[in-house]
Design a protein around this ligand. Sequence first.
Ligand code: ATP
Length: 248
Amino acid sequence: MDESALPEDHPRYESLVTRHRIEAGVDRGITSRQGLIAQGRGEAFDYLLGEETIPTADRAARAGVARLLAADHPVVSVNGNVAALAPGETVELADAVGAALEVNLFNRTDERMEAIEEHLREHGAADVKGLTADGRIPGLDHERATVDADGIGAADAVLVPLEDGDRAEALAAMGKVVVAIDLNPGSRTARVADVPIVDNVVRALPAMTAHARELAGADDGEMERIAAAFDPDEALAAAERAIREGEF
Ligand code: ATP
């Protein structure tokens, strides 16, 4: 079924579109079957959050953008779920913050790496890293440790929209600034991130691009002020409160 055939007046239209994109991603060899499980988990948390961007998540998105803009070598890491859900939005954000794009998979296969690279190129990416695979993240097993030496290997700040906890922890242990988008405020990824954005990637990525365009002319001092004013523990606590106290 084509996405345009989905009923726009359906009360859960956005959720239908998201599911359809992930399903199509699996069919195209972009998303792994485990990606379907991650999607289900994310949907449950999004439901509890009211399927909207809470104010602290938007502040986190702005702080995350400030960290990426202030970095010397920022990289946006792309996995099979992100590539299926928001390829164009991912490419636009990387452009807006001057970051490299790198495909980084939990279940790495050459076929999926290449399919995602091509998909990103179809959505406007000029250069996609990840296939050179000449770098390693210490502390992880071979397959999950593999990165490009001049990409995530050399990055001082990494945006990980949907990352598994081990790898987020390993990136932080390397001294990199970790900006994460994760709907579960209790996940290890969210807890280890310098800037956890508790929001759906579908909403967070375009919101970050808008912040990046607005902050484009700001000086380093302002970036530092925005980053310093953000408290990750407070943001996680606010997201947890929204989930526990929200109505559904
Ligand atoms: P941990 O970080 O605790 O190790 P995990 O590795 O077990 O978590 P996965 O099963 O890989 O986590 O799930 C991926 C994470 O991504 C989940 O926390 C889920 O809530 C989140 N997630 C899934 N879909 C989205 C989405 N569209 N936007 C944002 N977050 C999402």
